[in-house]
Design a protein around this ligand. Structure first.
Ligand code: FAD
Ligand code: DHB
Length: 391
């Protein structure tokens, strides 16, 4: 098989890139290792920045998002049994976020792709990207029990943190930066209307908790837990009791409980590989960088990477110039490092490190007090949360 842009991975980055390229008249093929049902059910992110919604609208993939997505104008922070609201539009000149699950973004993009192309092959597992330094890079992959090749002008690795594309960049040609956190999140989905209209991020002496949602009837909640936690050690009542204790404030508020339908533990990591291009191989999304989830940047960074990349391919098609492709890595890394810092800041301000002393806790409280007292400090949080401009 032969194509202009071979895309490895059919997660949000790969599917959105395929859509943008298709609309720009550039042919591409997506290879996805899993089957459709698996990709559509994988429970992950839930918050879309303004810029992500804009690009989904631009490429015609936002009809259901516009009908069913929940527009949020702020979040609540809780600490010391107090609550403080951050008002995004007021602090950012009108920017806001949407609650619309990654599963739904992926379903919408897959439906469009299967309706009018470009080709998307499920259960097509890339084994290796070869020849990135030459003119005709090749993806070797397994499909229907046979090894095949996809010959491309360019290959984009959108195959997530555990994919194979990053490995095609020789070790001497890349540098990685990494931080692993000494805690994880226990995440649940529950069939109960969310107990607050907006997301609640809680700092507490017992650790972090987050109240989010998937719809007006489904809550998504997270608890900080030690690394290595087995979800089986957390029966539903224990989870609700712990959430109750961590969200507690002075005043009127009640956490509604309901049937827990899904439970999983996710570890936390910051990771960046530089540069995001080697010859004719480009990396995008989790294949190039990971953030800890506090602040909901992962999916949004994947979307901004491929937005920049699609513009660069369109520029090449229109002008014959690779100047935007040459700038791709630097352009994206500026925004990525900002999001890395914000995610690190949100994570370390709100979680309790197992080795944390009273001094560290006082610093966290002082920072949260500052956000409540200063519109400048609150605006810094709001601008980063609602998303910085792309490009
Ligand atoms: P992925 O979504 O990982 O997609 C990569 C795709 O490539 C997958 O479909 C995979 O099956 C495929 N693939 C892998 N290897 C191969 C191969 N060899 N050949 C072909 N295909 C391959 N972000 C938030 O903002 N909030 C959250 O709450 C949140 N929760 C998360 C929970 C988990 C468990 C994980 C792993 C991530 C979470 N994230 C969250 C991050 C967010 O989901 C990711 O940043 C986002 O999915 C990145 O999209 P992507 O397309 O780059 O990568
Ligand atoms: C969600 C995840 C996040 O990491 C976050 O900061 C906010 C919401 C979510 O899954 O809904």
């Amino acid at each position: 098989m032969r194509t202009t842009v071979g895309i490895v991975g059919g997660g949000p980055a790969g599917l959105l890139l395929a859509r943008l390229l298709h609309n720009a008249g550039i042919d591409c093929v997506v290879l996805e290792s899993r089957d459709r049902a698996y990709v559509e059910r994988r429970q992950r992110a839930g918050i879309l920045e303004q810029g992500t919604v804009d690009v989904l609208r631009e490429c015609g993939a936002a009809d259901r998002l516009d009908r069913e997505g929940l527009v949020h104008d702020g979040i609540e922070l809780r600490w010391n049994r107090r609550a403080h609201r951050i008002d995004f539009p007021a602090l950012t000149g009108g920017r806001r976020v949407w609650v619309y699950a990654q599963t739904e973004v992926v379903k919408d993009l897959i439906a469009l792709q299967l309706k009018d192309g470009p080709p998307l092959h499920f259960e097509a597992r890339a084994l290796a990207v070869e020849g990135a330094e030459g003119d005709r890079p090749v993806v070797r992959y397994l499909h229907q029990g046979r090894e095949r090749t996809l010959t491309c002008d360019w290959v984009v690795g959108c195959d997530g943190f555990h994919g194979v594309a990053r490995a095609a960049v020789p070790e001497g040609a890349r540098r990685t930066y990494e931080r692993v956190y000494p805690y994880s999140w226990l995440g649940i989905l529950a069939d109960v209307p969310p107990s607050a209209d907006e997301l609640v991020y809680a700092h507490s002496p017992r650790g972090f908790a987050l109240l989010s949602m998937r719809s007006p009837r489904v809550s998504r909640l997270y608890l900080q837990v030690p690394n290595g936690t087995d979800p089986a050690d957390w029966p539903d009542e224990r989870i609700w009791d712990e959430l109750d204790a961590r969200f507690a404030i002075d005043g009127d508020w009640k956490l509604e409980r309901g049937p827990v339908t899904q439970k999983s533990v996710l570890p936390m990591r910051s990771f960046v590989t530089e540069p995001m291009r080697h010859g004719r191989l480009l990396l995008a999304g989790d294949a190039a960088h990971i953030v800890p989830p506090t602040g909901a940047k992962g999916l949004n960074l994947a979307a901004s990477d491929v937005t920049v990349l699609a513009r660069a391919f369109a520029h090449l098609k229109d002008t014959g110039s690779t100047e935007l492709l040459d700038a791709y890595s630097d352009t994206c890394l500026r925004r990525i490092w900002r999001a890395e810092h914000f995610s690190y800041f949100m994570t370390t301000t709100l979680h309790t490190d197992p080795g944390q002393g009273d001094f560290d806790t006082r610093l966290q409280i002082s920072q949260l007090d500052r956000i409540a007292a200063s519109p400048h400090a609150a605006a810094e949080l709001a601008e980063n949360y609602a998303g910085l401009p792309v490009g």
